[in-house]
Design a protein around this ligand. Structure first.
Ligand code: UD1
Ligand code: MG
Length: 458
């Protein structure tokens, strides 16, 4: 991601992220900002963007579900500070909850929203650049098709005169379609002095963050508006908007990966996790879903209808169609996982094949081993998990149960239909089937017997 920073990646700036709201319309016991987009809480997306723009200090204003929000954010941003807003008296009041860090801030301060997760570092960087060219305030705005509900940006040429909340706006002001995204950047030294002069004499009796624009102008300071896309500053208030934001995030990620050299024949059917790492020259077929922690190396092919999580896919490996790769799966170069195969905590070495209808769990499969259809590693006895080790070049016949713990030596051969509970030495043939007996001429007699039984029943 783009960054506008010096060699150390930081501009000494501070992000204040508002995350105090409950989000009533989510109809959830979980605080709104913890609802995930691409598997990551919304508030963390906003904070990632701040980090990407070089804002190395991060303060989060919490309220509803403060303990949960803090716990979730801290695991990703251990240096973030948390500030409780006890009463919800407006957006300026919320920012001032972080007064202790505003006092210490030596660089720019950017106010972000925990429920506006699609903001990009590049866009925050544009606001920071405006501060560098002399503005005391830079507000991100967008041209809305339907501006109702938003604060309006009242402009005079390139200068921002004021932000008017809908409830306080005149007829004429309401016709303005250039809207306040809510995201505001303060030049160094200006945040606290401007915020502390904001009053609550307005239609809602709230301390409006937006009033800092007029306060700044009264002091002869310059305020500017920076236009960005409406989609990027979309806020989430309900689950319909959450799904919309997810869709936009996925679209953005797919496009970025294709630009980086990943092929997708039906990108709109492929769903990434926020941390999915895909190298160039990977092909992803339709209807593939990625959970957390997947890394795919160049030349691998992920075929249709596969589900992957916690897995490393080596160069030139094949997955699917219809494969399920669970956490701890590692495929080395050119390994093959075929249809209706499930793997978990399984290391599959170079060129090994697990092509059909198989479960490989808590196991290692050696290089170039071949696992026949219907092989099951019986790894769980109802209490404990046990390991299966399969040596390089081993051949496991179809419908084999490998009853762990068990080790199959290199180049060993397991006859189809075996239930293997004892270790098999290298190069041995293991057979556990009951011997077959053929009763000559029994076919016709058997059919006559069954027909008679049916007839006697009427
Ligand atoms: C705000 C802006 C408006 C802008 C809009 C963009 C103000 C006064 N208005 O309006 O110009 O167009 O966002 O979506 O800033 N919050 C707190 N504590 C509070 C109040 C709010 O943490 O006391 C948080 C909310 O949880 C939310 C964010 O701040 O995440 C914005 O608050 P909200 O009430 O949604 O403001 P809007 O009326 O939408
Ligand atoms: Mg709002």
């Amino acid at each position: 991601m783009g960054s506008v920073t010096g060699a150390n990646g930081s501009n000494g700036g501070l992000a204040v992220v508002l995350a105090a709201g409950q989000g009533t319309r989510m109809r959830s016991t979980m605080p709104k900002v913890l609802h995930p987009v691409a598997g990551l809480p919304m508030v963390c997306h906003a904070m990632d963007a701040a980090t990407g723009a070089g804002l190395s200090n991060q303060a989060v204003v919490v309220g509803y579900g403060a303990t949960d929000v803090q716990a979730a954010v801290q695991s990703r941003f251990p240096a973030a500070t948390f500030h409780e807003q006890k009463e919800r008296l407006g957006t300026a009041h919320a920012v001032l909850a972080a007064k202790s860090v505003l006092q210490k801030a030596s660089g720019p301060v950017v106010v972000l929203y925990g429920d506006v997760p699609l903001i990009r570092p590049e866009t925050i960087a544009r606001a920071l650049a405006a501060l560098k060219s002399g503005a005391a305030l830079a507000v991100l705005g967008f041209h809305a098709e339907n501006p109702s509900g938003y604060g309006r940006l009242l402009m005079d040429g390139g200068t921002l005169l004021a932000i008017r909340e809908e409830k306080d706006a005149s007829e004429e002001e309401r016709r303005v379609t250039f809207c306040n995204s809510g995201i505001i950047a303060f030049g160094a030294g200006h945040s606290l002095s401007l915020l502390e002069k904001v009053g609550s004499d307005n239609a809602q009796g709230e301390y409006y963050l937006t009033d800092v624009v007029e306060v700044a102008r009264e002091q002869g300071l310059q305020a500017v508006a920076i236009a960005c896309s409406e989609a990027e500053t979309m806020g989430v208030n309900d689950r319909v908007q959450l799904a919309k934001v997810e869709e936009l995030w996925q679209g953005r990620r797919r496009d970025a990966l294709m630009v980086e050299g990943v092929s997708m024949t039906a990108p709109q059917t492929v769903f990434f996790h926020h941390d999915t790492a895909v190298e160039a020259d990977v092909v992803i077929e339709p209807n593939v879903v990625f959970g957390p922690g997947v890394e795919i190396s160049s030349g691998a092919i992920i075929r249709a209808f596969s589900h992957l999580e916690g897995s490393q896919i080596g160069p030139g490996a094949f997955v699917g169609p219809y494969a399920r790769l669970r956490p701890g799966t590692k495929l080395e170069m050119g390994a093959k996982i075929g249809n209706f195969v499930e793997t978990k905590n399984a290391q599959i070495a170079e060129g090994a094949k697990v092509n059909h209808l198989t479960y490989i769990g808590d196991a290692t499969v050696g290089a170039a081993a071949n696992i026949g259809a219907g092989t099951v590693t019986c790894n769980y006895d109802g209490f404990n998990k046990h390991r299966t080790e399969i040596g390089a070049g081993a051949f496991i016949g179809s419908n084999t149960a490998l009853i762990a713990p068990v080790t199959i030596g290199a180049d060993a051969n397991i006859a189809a239909g075996s239930a293997v509970s004892k270790d098999v030495p290298a190069d041995a043939l293991a057979l556990t089937r009951t011997p077959q007996s053929n009763l000559e001429g029994m076919g016709k007699k058997l059919r006559a017997r069954y027909a008679a039984a049916k007839k006697s029943k009427g």
